[in-house]
Design a protein around this ligand. Structure first.
Ligand code: GRG
Length: 289
């Protein structure tokens, strides 16, 4: 299957699942459910769910196995975008091709919509009636870690600190920029690969996942880190920001290509089952938006 067809297929399936999982727009109190859906159902790539599904398939699972984690990842990502746009953060008027949440619903509802999406992500994982409890636990841990102070929030805090210093004339150094990229972007990419892989692990003799580190899960987790970093480097090249400001657009792109090539080699053990993952990796460095 061509990558664009695969991305269309996963996008559609994830949208259908999200529509099923999320409270109806009319459910009381309607305004919060409307705000949650407004940000989730927007023009976007759904790259993190696609990665979770592709990682699940790489270890022998199916799109269905990965769907709860794929949806949870997208809700956490959407929450982070809503909060990132707030006046106290990036103060952005638009997001995903339309008015940002606080511009549309006001600041208080935007804060609450973000909180609600984050909370709902964990509700989805916990509410799967037939799931292996150990897989649910490990997925919860991976999502919480990526969303927390050693992931997205840590990255955002360092970003805010450096922006404050830069407004007073300081320059950003490479370790700080790398920290921001690997936490704001890399952490959720790593979690996408890890949660997808956990969902797809096939266990023999009816045994349950014991949560111990698996070579396959670890390899995919590491690949997620490289992919996330490359994704952010491409973002910098497209926006002429971050790395591109220091090394030029071609410097940022060359580093992204290097990371992707290294990452793809590490997927060798999965053979053709990792085809979609490798294709997504190529998409990350060729995308134009
Ligand atoms: C917890 C407030 C708070 C913030 C967390 C992740 C983050 C920090 C903020 C998000 C803002 C941002 C621009 C992060 C960099 C990662 C990134 C490139 C996000 C955009 O992801 P895409 O391109 O967006 O996948 P779509 O809309 O396609 O999902």
């Amino acid at each position: 299957m061509k990558l664009q067809d695969y991305l269309n297929k996963t996008h559609k399936a994830v949208d259908e699942a999200l529509d099923k999982y999320l409270p109806k727009q009319s459910a009381y109190p309607a305004v919060i459910h409307k705000a949650m859906r407004y940000s989730v159902f927007s023009k976007c790539k759904r790259i993190r769910p696609a990665l979770a599904i592709a990682a699940c398939e790489a270890v022998g699972g199916t799109m269905r196995d990965a769907m709860p984690a794929a949806c949870a990842l997208e809700l956490i990502h959407t929450y982070s975008l809503i909060h990132d746009d707030l006046p106290c953060m990036d103060n952005a008027d638009t997001r995903r091709g339309k008015a940002s949440s606080h511009k549309k619903f006001g600041e208080a509802i935007a804060v609450l919509a973000g909180d609600a999406l984050l909370t709902y992500a964990f509700d989805i994982i916990a509410s799967q009636p037939d799931a292996d409890p150990r897989k649910q636990l490990e997925t919860t841990k991976a999502l919480a870690y990526a969303a927390g102070t050693f992931g997205l929030i840590g990255g955002q805090v360092v970003d805010l600190e450096i922006l404050g210093k830069m407004s007073k004339g300081a320059d950003i150094d490479m370790p700080t920029l790398s920290y921001i990229h690997s936490h704001k972007t890399g952490a959720l990419f790593q979690a996408s690969l890890k949660c997808g892989a956990i969902a797809g692990l096939r266990l023999t003799g009816g045994s349950r996942y014991n949560g111990s580190s698996s070579k396959e899960v670890d390899t995919l987790f590491n690949f997620g880190g490289r992919l996330g970093f490359a994704f952010q480097l491409v973002d910098d090249a497209l926006d002429d920001d971050g790395y591109a400001k220091i090394f030029g657009r071609s410097g940022a792109m060359n580093e992204a290509v290097r990371l992707i090539e290294k990452g793809k080699k590490e997927l060798k053990r999965f053979g053709n089952k990792a085809k979609h993952l490798k294709d997504i990796a190529d998409f990350v460095i060729t995308r134009e938006f």
